[in-house]
Write a protein that binds this ligand. Sequence first.
Ligand SMILES: Nc1ncnc2c1ncn2[C@@H]1O[C@H](COP(=O)(O)OP(=O)(O)OP(=O)(O)O)[C@@H](O)[C@H]1O
Length: 303
Amino acid sequence: MSIKVEGLTKVYGEQYAVDNISFEIPKGEIVGFLGPNGAGKSTTMKILTCYLPQTSGKASVCGVDTLENPMDVKRKVGYLPESNPLYFDMYVKEYLTFMADLYKLKNKKSRVAEMIEAVGLTKEQKKKIGALSKGFKQRVGLAQAMIHDPEVLILDEPTSGLDPNQLVEIRGLIKNFGKEKTVMLSTHIMQEVEAICDRIIIIKNGKIVADDKTSDISRTVEERNFISVEFDKEVNIKDITALDGVSEVKEMGANTYLIAYLGSADMRVLVSRFAQQNDLLILEMHREKEKLEETFKKLTQGE
Ligand SMILES: Nc1ncnc2c1ncn2[C@@H]1O[C@H](COP(=O)(O)OP(=O)(O)OP(=O)(O)O)[C@@H](O)[C@H]1O
């Protein structure tokens, strides 16, 4: 297991920032860690990267306990903290060489060159970090997180404040990295999670409220399935509602209906038969999933 968290708790004074959470992330998974402001995402990430000790519970990375062996954990983990702290007076190449030195990398020259190229900093490598745009500073942060070729990457809001082109590039980089390694990232951008994450963990008030594959996360709050169908003419909603398993039908536009149903039977077959029997043509039909924004809102709004 790349990451294992068992009964993890962090208390600040009287406040439970992280409250008895448990999860495991196997090798090669890209996991989106979501939650409203103050939910406990950064605190969990700081514990996993040994920047903060927990109050109780256990955390380990690649089988190494974060409290027992923090130096070993740091060798296995690359971390991009939320505020991306960098030395603004250092030059890009100089800073990455300094980081490579800290990890005592033997191949530091070639590794620094490799990272500069991988994150697209070739043109900027001779600039002072303080003079870079936010997106390029973020790339330097990513390069430093990956410089020692860690097995696990932990990224706290890696794309916040980037322009749309940079967003796509940085997401591509993360996805590429995730082909071989394990990535846990926090973000407030739902499209980002849908674009790159295999799995989503949602945390609220320090507790996990959902943990599922990205494609299935909506079932945490909605047991029903949906299909949308457009016929060539108007249909009486009551007739569709009478089909086996249908719980609700909504008219979404001209001759277009959203059908909510329970159970695992393929409603498209029933609807096709219904169309045949009623001399209707199906112009379009597809499965609908609840939007991630909706699932997130339902899980995290209110006390
Ligand atoms: N050093 C600290 N001292 C006291 N309280 C803290 C400290 N660090 C975090 N907290 C509190 O713990 C809770 C969880 O904070 P955390 O930064 O982990 O949330 P988050 O999910 O990362 O939020 P955001 O999305 O805003 O970055 C918050 O209520 C926060 O105020």
